[in-house]
Design a protein around this ligand. Structure first.
Ligand SMILES: Nc1ncnc2c1ncn2[C@@H]1O[C@H](COP(=O)(O)OP(=O)(O)OP(=O)(O)O)[C@@H](O)[C@H]1O
Length: 362
């Protein structure tokens, strides 16, 4: 026996001619707040449904708490799912909505009462038990949907974009509420989203998916700092991208742009060889505006094309004279530079080699 709440082995899913999932291998630890992240159509919901037993995989195995449950239908699995459209029973009150699953499981009246009260407390909705579902706000409905799912004490709580119907302010509040809820009950949560911020700020682990495949699994920090490829790097967080050809491998690898600028790079793709086309990924926070005498591995002489005001920072959108490199960089709004920079200004940006992550071109 292992201590994985969930293990997926070689999951594949075909819909007619469409391959929705390919060779999915994944392990989720007990108590993890685990995110499936990727763009629309990458297969997240299909994977969640396979975990829930709402879809059958074409091949592969689903283990829940070490048991092979591939053949079990959803109602026989000890998982619960909260969908985007929370689907409360509109003409039932909050109490009956939360009690529904327990009544189906023929739990005792006393157990149901205790559990509903415990859950109402957990979602901060004591006093709302007689309110009809249709009389609740979006955020309240969402919390009741989560309480209803937790009432049957699932081994895993599955959440499919549960906050996407809420406005931004409420979504941000609910993110914190969900983190607190998870910290309190320490159950395994698996959460589907296409929103990087949600996955990065809430998850203890996440998997980045692309076209039915897993690109990378890790903690938000690992994935942000060490993306395995440029797809992950650009999907997670903001990046500047510079294309060119690798012209040196030793002693220090160098990429040359179309107009001959040589950039010292950190090669992140072991397949890369001299002469290959490649792309460098630089996060804006790793680029600094330089004075003449500052030491740095790479300097870019740029012209400011646009300036966006973000309160504490200004974002400068720049390009080289030949426009073979475009770049954006953030500067603190209260600096001298910020007070004098204008559209058309010349600036020099420095980037050290360790932050010029180089991958093969697509
Ligand atoms: N029942 C189905 N029949 C045929 N194709 C399907 C079916 N369900 C999903 N697909 C296809 O499988 C792929 C993955 O879909 P899925 O809904 O899992 O993606 P997703 O990442 O959850 O996207 P979104 O964020 O838009 O919900 C898509 O190409 C989709 O069109």
């Amino acid at each position: 026996m292992n201590n994985f709440a969930l293990e997926l082995k070689n999951i594949e899913k075909q819909y007619g001619g469409v391959t929705a999932l390919e060779k999915i291998n994944l392990q989720v630890k007990e108590g993890d707040f685990f995110f499936l992240l990727g763009p629309s159509g990458c297969g997240k919901t299909t994977l969640l449904k396979i975990i829930a037993g709402l879809e059958e995989p074409t091949s592969g195995k689903v283990f829940i708490k070490g048991r092979d449950e591939t053949e079990l239908r959803a109602n026989k699995r000890n998982t619960a799912t909260v969908f985007q459209e929370w689907a409360l029973f509109p003409h039932m009150n909050v109490y009956d909505n939360i009690a529904f699953g327990m009544r189906m499981h023929k739990s005792s009246k006393q157990h149901i009462e205790n559990k509903v009260n415990e859950l109402l407390d957990l979602i901060h909705m004591i006093g709302f038990e007689n309110r009809m579902a249709y009389q609740l706000s979006g955020g309240q409905q969402q919390r009741v949907a989560i309480a209803r799912a937790l009432a049957i004490e699932p081994d895993i709580l599955l959440l499919d974009e549960p906050l996407s119907n809420l406005d931004l302010a409420l979504r941000q509040k609910m993110r914190l509420d969900l983190i607190n809820l998870h910290n309190k009950i320490k159950k395994t949560f698996i959460y589907v989203t296409h929103d990087q911020t949600e996955a990065m700020t809430m998850g203890s682990s996440l998997v980045v998916m692309n076209k039915g495949k897993i690109e990378q699994v890790g903690s938000p920090r690992e994935i942000y700092k060490n993306p395995v490829n440029d797809y992950v790097a650009t999907f997670i967080g903001e990046t500047n991208e510079i294309s060119g050809t690798i012209t040196e491998m030793t002693p220090v690898p160098v990429l040359e742009t179309r107009n001959g600028q040589k950039i010292k790079i950190d090669i992140r793709d072991s397949q890369l060889r001299k002469g290959d086309k490649a792309v460098i990924i630089i996060r804006p926070e790793h680029a600094t505006v330089m004075s003449e005498n500052d030491e740095v591995d790479n300097r870019f002489d740029l012209i400011v094309e646009n300036i966006a005001y973000f309160g504490p920072t200004l974002r400068l959108y720049c390009h080289t004279k030949q426009k073979d490199v475009t770049f954006f960089v953030d500067v603190h709004a209260e600096t001298e530079l910020a007070s004098i920079v204008n559209i058309g200004s010349s600036i020099t940006i420095g980037v050290n080699r360790e932050y010029a992550l180089c991958y093969g071109a697509k």
